[in-house]
Each structure stands twice: as C-alpha cells, then as structure tokens.
Design a protein around this ligand. Sequence first.
Ligand SMILES: [Zn+2]
Ligand SMILES: [Zn+2]
Length: 375
Amino acid sequence: MARDFYETLDVSRDASKEDIKRAYRKLARQFHPDVNKESGAEERFKDICRAYEILADDELRSRYDRFGEAGLNGAGAAGFDSSGGFGDIGDIFESFFGGFAGGATARRGGPMRGDDLRFDLTLEFKEAIFGGEREISIDHLVTCDTCRGSGTKAGSGPVTCRTCSGQGQVRQARRTPFGLFTQVTACPTCSGTGEIIENPCPTCNGRGRVQRSTTIKITLPAGVDSGTRLRVQGEGDAGMRGGPSGDLYVYLSVRPHPVFRRDGNDLSSIIEVTYLQAILGTTLKVETVEGFQDVDIPAGTQPETVLTLEGKGVPRLGNSTRRGNHYLLIKVIIPSKVSGEERELLDKLASLRDEKIAKKEGLEGLLDSIGNLFH
Ligand SMILES: [Zn+2]
Ligand SMILES: [Zn+2]
C-alpha cells in the first residue's frame, strides 16, 4: 500500500511549496540510489520523487487532497495498469461522479489514448549542468502494422458484444448497510469496448498494438537536476482505435560529483591552502565545471573564507544565459609536523614577535623563506 505523499516527504498537509521543495531535496539526497546503498533506498527514492511530483504541482496536489491517489487518474509517473487497476478506480468514480473518470476508457468502441510511460535516467553531474543529447531505448506499445490497429484479421470486422449488447458497461445492484447501490462497471467480456473480435489479427492477437523496443533521442536542457521530469510527447504507448499515443516521461536523477556540490543553481567546492599561502596570498589553479582557472587568494585570507566565482554555477533551466555562482570554501591547512629547518624559522619568527621588534618587512622576509621551503 502506497504511503500518503505528505508522510513520504515528512511535511504537514498545509506545507508551503518552499517547505515541500526543501523536504524533497533533503530526502532525495539522502535516499538517492547512487549514494544510499541500503536495501529499500531505491524504492524510497522513487516514492519521494513521485510524492514531490504530485505535491509540487498545484493542480495535482489539489486533486490529491480531495480524492487521494485515485483522483490523479494516472497523471504523471506510475499511472496504473488499465487491465488490472482500472476496474476498481473506475468503480469508485462511477459511484460518486456518474462516469466521470471511467468515461475516457470505457466509452464504447471509441478511440482510447495510450498510457503514459515512465523512464528513469541517470545523468552525469556535468551533463545535467550543460545539457546535451541522449539516446534511450524504451519498450512501448506501437500500433500493429498488419491490421493498422483494428485488431481484426484482414477481411473480417468486429461484432457486437453479446454480454453487454454493445453497451460496453454492465450494471450491478448491490445491497449494503447504507442502502442499495448501483454499480456500473466496464463489461468484462469486451473490456468496455462493446465489440468483440472473432477473427483476431495473427500479429497482435487482436490487441491492435504490439510491444516494440524503440531508440529515441532526447534533448537535455542545461540546468536540469534530480527530480526534473522531461515530457516526450507521443512516445508513450500507442492509442487504440485511432486514439492518440500517450507521452513518455523521463525522470532524471543526477550522479553526485567528487569535487562539486550543487544546491539549485549554485555550486560549491572546498579549496585547501597552506597557512603560508593564507598569510602571504597566492594564485591557485582551481577546478570549475568548465575546467581549471586561476583564482587569487588574497594575503591574510582567514580560514573558512568563502570566495565567489560569479556566474560559474549552473545555468537556469529555460534561461541558460543566466547562471548561478560557484562558491569556494577556503580550508587553511595547519601542518601537524614541521621539518627541522621550518621549525627553526618559525621559532625565530615567534621570538621576533615576542620581542616586539619585528618590523613588517622583517616578518614577511621570514615568512617568504619558510614559503621557499615548499618550492
Ligand atoms: Zn494486428
Ligand atoms: Zn461487452
């Protein structure tokens, strides 16, 4: 049984969009299958993505609030298997709304839209930042070439279903403690189509569609992130009886990077400098997502200082000319051991300071000679 989406994200039912986003980010990071190898983490990650997908969308969230998961009617990710799951959900809606949800699928012999499909794709860190193209191979139902989707053998046609006399629906009266309920369900003989194929097409066994593996090229926009969902129109399952194809939804997750951390459109990394570099200043080659670049570490840089490389972060999704920043956190490394020579110089420096006779140039000269030990 699926958990409540609010519970999954550990937020209250009146949580703001910001709260939901924050909770999602935190959990997605924690349970991402690339990071978390515990059993069940991947399932949990998928649940988290699914919950976020619904709760982040105003319309889906309000439908979910009013009707629960049944109200989503297959929107977004998981959808449901129309052969097994549909009946129950159809029943619920039939009883309450008189055919609201069931209509599209159970309509007698009418066109039926194909199911949406989900594909999970893991991207490399920089691929997500700069975008690109990817070929993916998907299994989906396509219209049968032999019968062009009719499901019938050449020269024959469908006949009216005898169970429902072509209505596509059967009515059942059921006595309950609350009174008599009339339930309308899809006809089990013809699955609601109102017609039966007596001479089925041999290629598709009368289904009108066949499973096929297709390679499609998808364009990844710059700035996508874990949880981003791309819609590829018409690449879901083929429709039936002339109905449109469903869509393919590509759910992205991004592999973490050993050097960079990402927070929205900003990046951060840690830079280590020696205590002498921090005191005297230096220029370092620093790794950015575009390669190495020179960064000036000013003299007198304090531990935990944050330097900003403006516009070196992640492009905004949909407006890639605007980019976030890359923040460099400076770690000053204090050696736990020093060589004899270095120690001598440091002692001398200490005593100079103690005697308060150290002139500025004198100190710097000494620090430079310690610095030279490293070169
Ligand atoms: Zn066929
Ligand atoms: Zn029937």
